[in-house]
Design a protein around this ligand. Structure first.
Ligand SMILES: [Zn+2]
Ligand SMILES: [Zn+2]
Length: 280
């Protein structure tokens, strides 16, 4: 048994004990180590030099990349920044290392190295990070084709009862994490959200709230550049001429200052309601 294929089969990292139990000769481990093709992650644990750095760091800590860290590695949209989340199994012990701010997970019946499945990572994220982070990641993973119908069903049954409805209202077609987040938050206020709406004369807008307010969420850099600013003003004026109001926020406001954004949306909606009633 060669050490490389055994490490590859275990997600790039393994304990020396498992390698030897699988038939790898101790001399092969020593030779690969001397050649620099594998490295000692910590005492008794070896990794492929080409394994993802985050996989090696999780192994140094004592386990597998988990929760939001595993989801981020799979390309799933994650709300906010986070430190490394590591799955240690029910009895696994952490091994603090330089710069260690890892978040430990102890679910499951066994442990291992590498990266946990997207299904397990989503269940971990629901318990660890809360409803919004889970919902955004779940819709993103679904959109990316990373969770099958049976995965979704088993995720739902593994969630605490209060979070199961999030699986029921999730959709596979969210264009961005921001859309998922806005739909969830506005849904709780009873406000309908339409995404990527084409409006004649204005063009495609990010969102329309309750059929009457345009919501643009700006993620662009250098947005204050004069030509972009002029374009935005032109769009807003064209929309206003068509009887539509525009609210414009940036990503940080939506994510970090939601009470202010919510208050602005509710105030604008209540101010526009009478006009609609007049038209009816
Ligand atoms: Zn976590
Ligand atoms: Zn750590």
């Amino acid at each position: 048994m060669d050490v490389y294929s055994q490490l590859e089969a275990r997600g790039g990292v393994s304990s020396a004990r498992s390698l030897i139990a699988a038939g790898v000769a101790r001399d092969d481990v020593r030779r690969a180590l001397a050649a620099g093709a594998i490295l000692r992650v910590r005492h008794g644990v070896y990794g492929l030099g080409r394994a993802a750095p985050v996989v090696l760091l999780a192994a140094a800590h004592g386990g597998a990349v988990a929760c939001v860290s595993a989801l981020a590695l799979a390309g799933v949209w994650i709300l906010g920044d986070h430190s490394l989340h590591v799955w240690l199994g029910p009895k696994g012990r952490k091994h603090p290392h330089d710069g260690c701010h890892c978040v430990d997970h102890h679910d499951g019946e066994h442990s291992g190295f590498g990266v946990v499945s997207v299904e397990r990572a989503l269940i971990q994220a629901a318990r660890c990070m809360g409803a919004e982070c889970f919902f955004v990641a779940f819709e993103s993973a679904w959109r990316l084709g990373l969770v099958s119908a049976s995965d979704r069903a088993s995720i739902r049954s593994a969630l605490p009862a209060r979070l199961r409805r999030l699986v029921d209202i999730a959709r596979p077609d969210a264009d961005s994490g921001l859309e998922s987040l806005l739909r969830l938050r506005l849904g709780e206020l009873g406000i309908r959200l339409d995404c990527q709406v084409w409006i004649d004369g204005v063009g495609r807008v990010d969102f329309v709230l309750a059929g009457r307010i345009i919501l643009e969420v700006d993620g662009r850099l250098n947005h204050d550049g004069p030509s972009l600013r002029h374009k935005d003003l032109l769009r807003d004026a064209t929309a206003a001429a068509a009887g539509l109001e525009t609210l414009r926020f940036d990503y940080a406001l939506v994510v970090h200052s939601w009470p202010l954004v919510e208050a602005a949306i509710l105030a604008r909606l209540s101010a526009t309601a009478p006009k609609l009633q007049e038209q009816l």
